[in-house]
Design a protein around this ligand. Structure first.
Ligand SMILES: Nc1ncnc2c1ncn2[C@@H]1O[C@H](COP(=O)(O)OP(=O)(O)OP(=O)(O)O)[C@@H](O)[C@H]1O
Ligand SMILES: [Mg+2]
Length: 245
């Protein structure tokens, strides 16, 4: 039996800038089932990060609604107060940002401990051990006590992934999480995600421009100029050049 975990209804996002308004998402409808590994692909500027920021509630939407069906509740993400949303996210959703967003004054292990200590899902005495285990999972144990500035971009990206997994979230939302990784490391991270979905029942939404990964998602959707194409429309999309046919 499938159950809906995330639902977007008629989501629109317009950015207002000095140069005028820019419509970044057009009437997006999306239903994600629990246990899906959903890939979202599209070219640079298509609206992938904007879409994820609507789902994780990091940015405000212009109109529409985003619902989360977790713990038997039906939460409207954008109707929650900022504090309630941050607390809900801490408990239920891990986020890997495209630009990592590590705190520069904390070591790698401390960056991973932070969400655990913030949400108190884990006892403070346990959070360091768990953070070290997660560093091992992303193959960075020997760098645990370094500051982010002293490791490579790909290593920072793996810390961001470990941090997103810190609270053992039901939902993982990841923006190009393998974008800075070589193919072997990328494959390892992808296997970690597959394991979370297959063996632990997690739900993952992952943005990528790597068309080679598409066949490995349980479902993939294409976004073009702020429009999410449904799977039937997908045939109108030329995946080799990431444009409408
Ligand atoms: N804060 C902002 N203010 C104004 N326009 C923005 C803002 N953020 C994004 N945009 C515009 O919205 C569109 C979608 O941006 P978005 O970052 O979602 O693209 P993307 O698909 O994630 O691209 P990439 O693959 O390069 O990360 C782009 O045209 C971008 O210029
Ligand atoms: Mg992006």
């Amino acid at each position: 039996m499938t159950s809906t975990i995330i639902e977007l209804r008629e989501v629109n996002k317009t950015y207002s800038t000095a140069a005028g308004d820019f419509v970044a998402l057009k009437n997006v409808n999306l239903t994600v089932n629990a246990g899906e590994f959903l890939g979202i692909v599209g070219k640079s500027g298509a609206g992938k990060s904007t879409l994820l920021n609507m789902i994780n509630g990091v940015d405000e939407l212009t109109s529409g609604e985003v619902f989360m069906h977790t713990d038997g509740a039906n939460l409207s993400v954008h109707d929650m107060s900022e504090d309630a949303r941050a607390f809900w996210r801490g408990k239920n959703m891990g986020v890997v940002y495209q630009s990592f967003q590590l705190l520069p004054m904390l070591t790698l292990v401390e960056n991973i401990m932070l969400p655990m200590d913030f949400s108190d899902n884990f006892h403070p005495r346990k959070s360091r051990d768990r953070a070290l285990e997660l560093l091992e999972l992303v193959e960075l144990s020997e760098h645990a006590n370094k500051l982010p500035a002293y490791v490579s971009g790909g290593q920072q990206q793996r810390v961001a992934i470990a941090r997103a997994l810190a609270n053992d979230p039901l939902i993982l939302v990841a923006d190009e999480p393998t974008g800075s990784l070589d193919s072997i490391t990328s494959d390892h991270i992808f296997e970690v995600f597959e394991h979370l979905v297959r063996d632990q029942g997690k739900t993952i939404i992952m943005v990528t421009h790597d068309m080679g990964l598409v066949s490995r998602f349980t479902r993939s959707l294409v976004i073009v100029d702020g429009e999410l194409l449904d799977e039937q429309d997908d045939s109108k999309f030329d995946k080799t050049v990431m444009r409408r046919k």
